[in-house]
Design a protein around this ligand. Structure first.
Ligand code: UDP
Length: 323
């Protein structure tokens, strides 16, 4: 059974392509390679094209018998979205409309969408459940919320069932070492801390030590990318079984401070992480932790790779591979 994976050459997309193949699906990757990596496409064909290209979309649905779609293709840098909102709304929102248009034309009735905890903005209550108010504090978060809302209308108007999966902090790498995280530029804590421990960067900037948390640094819910990938397969199966749209948070329900993550990096690498304490990064809430009860109950999903040490150890193995 063919599944179109838009953005399947990227970080979470490539792990999901692997999980799809393990579950007996063929991931048909549709990726412009603007951000994705050709060598991360290993479990099915690659169509090198952009979601802006409506003809390419029509062709892929005509050429493959596509049973469902998983959509990762988007720009993801929060800071950049505040400087260049046009690019973010065009790519993340308008281009998703092209994908939905092609799905309607081809009669494809299920889509799993890569959403984010950024739709909530500064949390009023932690852990955060799906009915928490939506107040994104970045253009990036707004683009994801807009797509979630579009998806609800495509269910009403065209019977397309959607799973809106709101990730907390994706981290780690494939335990078999076949794919991992390669962002350019890198902005995420775990790979930057590994680079600092490895001596590839002079130090890690620690953004904010005066938060109202036990050690003064931000708390996040780190979820292993392989656990995220598995949730996408379960979500697709759920849609195909029930045709019922749903929204679900994906996190572990446990928070770790930046300092706790740095200690895990030091344990795994066996070297200190040189740190320079900086002021807060704009837009960072003090604490983001998921209530993932819905994903557990609806999908039967349980994270199995998401201890902080396994997250860091798999990321380190990927980081230190022969390049
Ligand atoms: N962070 C940091 N230094 C960095 C990158 C991140 O102190 O160089 C902190 C950041 O402030 C946040 C946490 O690490 O509290 C996770 O940030 P990341 O960018 O990995 O993910 P985000 O929470 O923005 O999705």
């Amino acid at each position: 059974m063919n599944v179109l994976v838009a953005g399947g050459a990227g970080y979470i997309g490539s792990h999901t392509a692997k999980a799809l193949a393990a579950a007996g699906y063929t991931p048909v990757v549709f990726d412009s390679l603007e951000k994705g990596h050709e060598d991360a496409v290993r479990w099915g064909p690659l169509i090198k094209a952009d979601l802006a290209d409506r003809d390419a979309l029509r062709r892929v649905f005509a050429g493959y018998s596509i049973e469902g779609v998983i959509h990762f293709a988007a720009y993801i840098a929060v800071g950049e979205s505040m400087k260049e909102p046009v690019r973010y709304f065009r790519n993340n929102v308008a281009n998703t409309l092209n994908l939905l248009e092609a799905m309607v034309a081809a009669g494809v009735r299920s889509i799993v969408f890569s959403s984010t905890a950024a739709v909530y903005g500064d949390p009023e209550t932690v852990p955060i459940a799906e009915d928490h108010p939506y107040r994104p504090v970045s253009a990036y978060g707004e683009t994801k919320l807009m797509v979630e809302r579009m998806l609800a209308w495509f269910d009403t108007c065209h019977g397309i069932a959607s799973a809106r999966l709101r990730y907390f902090n994706a981290a780690g790498a494939d335990p078999d070492g076949e794919t991992g995280e390669d962002h350019e530029p890198e902005t995420h804590l775990v790979p930057l801390a590994l680079a600092a421990a490895a001596g590839k960067r002079a130090h890690l900037d620690l953004f904010g030590t005066d938060y109202p948390t036990p050690d003064g640094t931000c708390i996040r819910d780190y979820i292993h990318v392989t656990d995220l990938a598995h949730a996408h397969v379960l979500a697709l199966k759920h849609l195909q079984r029930s045709s019922q749209s749903f929204t679900a948070n994906l996190g572990t329900g446990s928070g770790f401070s930046v300092r706790e993550v740095l200690r895990a990096v030091e344990r795994v690498v066996g070297r200190p992480v040189p740190v320079v304490e900086k002021s807060r990064r704009e837009g960072d809430p003090a604490s983001l932790v998921a209530d993932s009860t819905r994903a557990r109950e609806l999908l039967g999903w349980t994270p199995t790779h998401s201890s902080i040490d396994e997250i860091v150890a798999t990321a380190w193995r990927w980081y230190s591979r022969a390049r």
